[in-house]
Design a protein around this ligand. Structure first.
Ligand code: KG4
Ligand code: ZN
Length: 342
């Protein structure tokens, strides 16, 4: 079964071709980072318009590069939510229309399910059941995954998502959008021991997260050390970045250990943009090894948004008999626990 995958939920136009026998044949991504940089964040209307411009040329390119003609395809998978409504509409309309024109089925994919399954594209894939930590710009969730679509929410952020907190803290340090990876790079030059930031909600039982207090703590620290230009000196900025990253990573690691213990599973899957963070990866591996658990990630380029994860999730859902109707529906908000089990 060969599937075209389309991802347009936010600021990356991603396409891929996945073959259930041969694996991932190819993928292509156009990032809108340059387009939104001047605005300090994603401008939804600009995102939609750019998906309109980039999507079909990318589809044509990936089909050419992988030697795939419409007759070789068995389905089209597109992200139907959660995400920006206009951006989602572009991928959903194009994906549904291509499938209609080619006379093949289409399937609507949940963006976070795509992230969750992305580690299965790797050579040594995790097996069900496992605990998943989903950490992106919009979500921070611990999910018990028993099988495809069999998801039990164990805990989630009550306010900001981890990626969002990274992005906001980065802004306070005057780092350009997208802030997360830039803050992580700055943190490498910092001394994490100079400041100690709180580890929110780790002093009580439970698996929920809260990052808004940490955000306020960061702002207070930035202001307390600000010079005339409103910013602390370079080294202090790096030290604050390191302390912030340390606090987020520690908090995530503590909750993951708890979730692994509570579930009894021995596998942790980490996915979503923040799973690209090197300190998070290293510390999770170290601490979860102590619980006898293995940690699985997608390759670096598939941590953030991409078409490959959507093509892969689409292949599983099409195989399970799922089909999207012709009345195209996208869902900007869509709890993953509402998905069908297959
Ligand atoms: O999964 P993703 O590409 O898009 C969403 O579905 O949200 O995640 C993007 C998020 C952003 O908040 C970005 O700052 C964060 O992931 N991110 C990182 C790193 N790389 C991306 N955060 C911390 N460290 C990184 N290395
Ligand atoms: Zn994402």
């Amino acid at each position: 079964m060969r599937i075209l995958g389309i991802e347009t939920s936010c600021d990356e136009t991603g396409v891929a071709i996945y073959d259930s026998e041969k694996g991932l044949l190819g993928h292509a991504l156009f990032s809108q980072v340059g387009l939104h940089a001047d605005y300090g964040g994603v401008v939804p209307e600009l995102a939609s318009r750019d998906h309109v411009r980039k999507l079909l040329p990318l589809v044509r390119r990936i089909m050419g590069e992988t030697g795939t003609g419409p007759d070789d395809l068995d389905g089209v998978a597109y992200t139907a939510g959660p995400g920006l409504i206009g951006a989602l509409m572009v991928g959903a309309c194009a994906g549904r229309a291509l499938a209609y024109g080619w006379g093949i089925p289409a399937v609507a994919i949940h963006h976070m399910e795509g992230h969750l399954l992305a580690p299965m594209l790797e050579e040594n894939p995790p097996a069900f059941p496992f605990v998943a930590l989903l950490v992106s710009g919009g979500h921070t969730q611990l999910v018990e995954v028993r099988g495809l679509g069999d998801y039990q929410l164990m805990g989630e952020s009550l306010d900001d998502a981890a990626g969002e907190a990274f992005d906001k803290a980065a802004k306070m340090l005057d780092l350009d959008y997208p802030g997360g990876p830039r803050l992580a790079a700055l943190a490498e030059k910092g001394d994490p021991a100079r400041f100690t930031f709180p580890r929110p909600m780790t002093d009580r039982p439970g698996l929920d997260f809260s990052f808004s207090g940490l955000k306020t703590y960061t702002l207070t620290t930035v202001r307390a050390h600000a010079q005339e230009d409103g910013l602390p000196d370079e080294q202090t900025c790096a030290d604050i970045a390191a302390a912030f990253q340390d606090a987020v990573v520690d908090t995530l690691v503590i909750k993951c250990r708890r979730a692994i213990k509570a579930s009894g599973h021995k596998t942790l899957v980490v996915a979503g943009g923040v799973s690209a963070n090197r300190v998070l990866r290293a510390r999770l591996e170290e601490k979860l090894r102590q619980e006898g658990a293995g940690v699985y990630y997608p390759r670096h380029e598939f941590c953030t948004d991409n078409g490959a994860m959507i093509a892969y999730a689409g292949s599983l859902r099409l195989k399970a008999g799922e089909r999207a109707d012709l009345d195209i529906e996208v869902r900007p908000r869509w709890p993953m626990t509402q998905l069908n089990k297959s």
